[in-house]
Design a protein around this ligand. Structure first.
Ligand SMILES: Cc1cc2nc3c(=O)[nH]c(=O)nc-3n(C[C@H](O)[C@H](O)[C@H](O)COP(=O)(O)OP(=O)(O)OC[C@H]3O[C@@H](n4cnc5c(N)ncnc54)[C@H](O)[C@@H]3O)c2cc1C
Length: 384
């Protein structure tokens, strides 16, 4: 380990070094700091620069759940924490993070598609989750701007939304207020190991930062960091593109998932249209074909969007794992923890993931069984 060049230009040892200042790294740092743990967050770019600020902000614990199991339990537990999470951030920073208990609709044009939506969500009623079946007239009553050509859908009244850009700003400010330090432009090459224990990180200039614990929250770039004991390609980028429109007043109150697009309203009349799902490596382009398709699907759902102003487009990378489950908690390497691979639901999963990291670092009981999310699940032979 090249420990000679030890952090001459870097701050001294801390309790916890966190790699990545997206929602996972920043929320974990804030949570740890609230429990008296000193944290330094290393970010190769600027805090919140990547997936977390690019997200739509749907808190779709039910709308995105396809079956009962550990993932839906994790999502539901995180959703249950959101109101307090947003309120505490509001109190510490005076920032409204746009948390709204707006409900989510899934809608379809064809009768067969609506029947399938209703059948696919039937298990939720058996698990005492509220799901309402909607006919066309129910939809029009709830959301008059929706196309009258829709045949119906389902409503998940307890799902909600948040504004990720405001959320990331609030988390950063709240973490700073709790004494968390952030170092921008710090590119971590690898985790430093001594006697098979994580003792810090090595930056790309060869310098070493030492810490008692290391938390990896590097999103889609996790697998590019050496020394994690994970197989190559464990987390890969799944590009999503978004189009942002604006109307003088919000055309919808619910988040709406329709065929080919979802629509996320903001209180000020902006509306996000998402999203594609593409495995194209780290190519950041926004493509003409994707924008065309998103606009076509969105205007079919809400015809009034044809008069909307086009405000912008962007893309970023969801941290994808093959089984679509995050990698959470302690690893086989003492002192090394992961909070990554949250794929489509990282904004939703921030409160529970931060709590899981805090519990793991402090040796406390986890808020639920982490077997399904073990970083080494399905990996034979342990370390690299
Ligand atoms: C288009 C789109 C829409 C989405 N919509 C939703 C949604 O509606 N609801 C929802 O819940 N989720 C949504 N998601 C998913 C969500 O955005 C992600 O799951 C979540 O943001 C992942 O957070 P993260 O902190 O792990 O990753 P990121 O936000 O990508 O942060 C990782 C950080 O680590 C830094 N980093 C990486 N490698 C290193 C290194 N070696 N050294 C130092 N720093 C490093 C990066 O620069 C980055 O800032 C969406 C994602 C996309 C792309």
């Amino acid at each position: 380990m090249p420990s000679k060049k030890t952090s001459r230009n870097h701050p001294p040892s801390v309790d916890v070094l966190i790699i990545g200042a997206g929602i996972m790294g920043t929320s974990a740092a804030w949570e740890l700091a609230r429990h008296g743990v000193q944290c330094l967050v290393l970010e190769r770019s600027v805090p919140g620069a990547e997936a977390s600020s690019a997200a739509a902000g749907i808190l779709g614990a039910q709308a995105e759940a396809h079956a009962p199991g550990p993932m839906s339990e994790l999502c539901l537990k995180s959703r249950a924490r959101y109101a307090k999470f947003a309120a505490t951030l509001g109190k510490e920073t005076r920032i409204d993070v746009g948390y709204r208990e707006c409900g989510v609709l899934r809608v379809g044009f064809e009768r067969a598609a609506v029947t399938k939506l209703q059948r696919d969500s039937a298990w939720q009623s058996k698990h005492r989750l509220t799901v309402e079946r909607l006919a066309t007239r129910d939809l029009t009553a709830l959301e008059p701007a929706l196309s009258p050509k829709l045949s119906g859908g389902v409503r998940f009244a307890a799902d909600s939304r948040v504004d990720p850009k405001a959320l990331l700003r609030a988390l950063h400010i709240a973490a700073l207020g709790r004494g968390v330090r952030f170092q921008s432009g710090a590119y971590v090459r690898r985790v430093a190991l001594e006697d098979e224990r994580a003792v810090g990180v090595v930056l790309d200039d060869g310098s070493v930062l030492r810490a008692r614990n290391v938390v990896v929250a590097a999103g889609s770039w996790t697998s590019l960091i050496d020394g994690l004991g994970l197989p190559a390609g464990r987390v890969i980028p799944a590009r999503g593109q978004i189009v942002e429109l604006e109307l003088p007043t919000p055309p919808l109150s619910h988040v709406v998932f329709g065929p080919g697009a979802y629509l996320v309203p903001r209180d000020d009349g902006r509306i996000l249209i998402g999203s594609t799902l593409e495995f194209v490596g780290y190519e950041r382009e926004v493509t003409a074909g994707a924008v065309r398709d998103l606009l076509l699907h969105a205007t079919a759902l809400v015809p009034a969007l044809e008069r909307a102003t086009l405000r912008g487009t962007w893309s970023n990378f969801r941290p994808y794992t093959e089984d679509e489950l995050p990698l959470l908690g302690r690893t086989q390497i003492p002192g090394l923890f992961l909070s990554t691979g949250h794929y489509r639901n990282g904004i939703l999963l921030a409160p529970i993931s931060a709590e899981i990291v805090r519990a793991a670092v402090l040796g406390q009981r986890a808020p639920l069984s982490l077997d399904a999310f073990s970083p080494e699940r399905g990996v034979l032979g342990g370390h690299e």
